[in-house]
Design a protein around this ligand. Structure first.
Ligand code: SAH
Length: 410
């Protein structure tokens, strides 16, 4: 590209490619990177390539023609991308495109093509594309900044990007750090008129809400445990029926010991539109944040996530603790701090080795995160001595001994 030759500006257009043939000549990394957006636009993509990458070849939505490009391959195409590693082939593709008046991108020499690919992104119904006269690094940087600005427009001083339709979104907030919510969850939170938050919902996210958002602390809804859930369901339904968009913000994932499904049922019964946004559950992420993989090849082929909200011998318990004691894999115990002695005893009675490593992770992902380690038989005493407090995840199994200083577990 001659630097002294001023380039005419590009005319930006959005192409409707659904059902239309797009020919990509070349099957390497450039093709691989272009395919997702073409397929998202539902284009009928034909890749002509001698040696396509496995990802291109294995893509079931793409027709792969495994041979060298031949004149005529662009027949019937609306758009073409020439991205082989052979400039002569790319030039030939561009020539054919020119003859047939098909817009064509030349990956190796942008100016010789009749179209260029913008740095692009999608956000909440928007398509953002940036062209920077061939300066790819700049266009990608600007795209990233635009996207970050769109994603961060939740600050109290910034208005939301327009109202959301009334209804309820059950959003998993992740284990507690404000940046461990999903992108989708945060986008919906930014549009909420009402936020009903659990005790374990990331507090910093609430601090970032606009002042006009009504925040209801579900933990403070009065009455006993059972009635409280009914009251919360009622609040969700009533607010949504009043035409407001309600985000029910929960810690971790809404469906992992979060009673999320009860709330979905209540909304469905009331005819209120409801959607669920999964979250990063503390069951998996608290161990990960402490450096513990819940599975490891050759060590464990199972993870059992168990609630400790009732004692092992309680009539309401649905857990077969003797069976769990026979398990060799990983056990993740949630809500287990207060009765850890009973759970440890039940597992050992069931056959689990008392020397099995245990890791206890308190306040995972928060500045107060703390990790305690011991053998299973000593875990209740260690927890007591160190003053372990909920919320904590207790990991039982060989993977809990993977940390540095594993000898302490002996
Ligand atoms: N739905 C949540 C779990 C709710 S039950 C999720 O998917 O994570 C509450 C239990 O979750 C707590 O008793 C504790 O065991 C665990 N927990 C939640 N947040 C935690 C955190 N930041 N650190 C450690 N444990 C946590």
């Amino acid at each position: 590209m001659a630097a002294d030759e001023p380039e005419a500006g590009h005319y930006l257009a959005g192409l409707r490619l659904a059902g239309r043939k797009v020919v990509v000549v070349g099957g390497g990394s450039v093709a691989q990177r272009r395919l997702p957006n073409l397929l998202a636009a539902q284009a009928r993509v034909v890749v002509v390539a001698i040696d396509p990458t496995p990802a291109v070849e294995a893509n079931p939505l793409v027709e792969v023609v495994r041979r060298p490009y031949a004149d005529g391959d662009l027949d019937g195409a609306w758009y073409a991308i020439a991205c082989t590693d052979d400039p002569a082939v790319n030039a030939a593709v561009a020539d054919e495109a020119q003859r047939r008046r098909i817009f064509c991108v030349r990956a190796d020499d942008a100016r010789s093509g009749t179209a260029v690919t913008p740095a692009s992104a999608r956000h909440d119904g928007l398509a953002v594309g940036v062209l920077a006269s061939g300066d790819h690094r700049r266009s990608a940087q600007v795209r990233d900044r635009l996207l970050a600005a769109l994603e961060h427009s939740a600050s109290p001083s910034t208005p939301p990007e327009g109202p959301h339709a009334p209804g309820v979104a059950l959003v998993g907030g992740g284990p507690g750090a404000p940046d461990l919510i999903t992108v989708r969850g945060r986008a919906l939170l930014q549009r909420a008129d009402v936020v009903v938050a659990d005790r374990l919902a990331p507090a910093e996210l609430l601090a970032g809400l606009r002042p006009d958002v009504e925040v209801i602390d579900a933990a403070k809804v009065p009455y006993g445990r059972a009635i409280r859930q009914e009251k919360i369901n009622e609040i969700l339904v009533d607010r949504a029926r009043a035409g407001r968009f309600v985000v029910r913000l929960k810690g971790g994932d809404p469906y992992v010991f979060g009673r999320g499904f009860e709330e979905v049922q209540a909304c469905v019964e009331a005819g209120v539109p409801v959607t669920v946004v999964p979250g990063v559950t503390s069951a998996i992420s608290a161990p990960a944040l402490a450096g513990i993989p819940v599975t490891h090849r050759g060590i464990t082929h199972e993870v059992v996530i168990v609630s400790g909200h009732v004692a092992p011998d309680h009539p309401d318990s649905l857990t077969d603790w003797p069976e769990l004691g026979r398990l060799a894999g990983t056990i993740v115990l949630m809500m287990g701090v207060d009765r850890l002695d009973e759970f440890a005893a039940a597992l050992i009675d069931g056959g689990r080795d008392g020397q099995t490593p245990v890791a206890m992770i308190e306040n995972a992902s928060l500045p107060t995160q703390r990790l305690l380690r011991s053998a299973l038989v000593d875990a209740p005493a260690v927890a007591r001595e160190e003053g372990l407090r909920p919320p904590a995840i207790i990991v039982i199994g060989a993977v809990a001994g993977f940390l540095e200083g594993a000898a302490e577990a002996e």
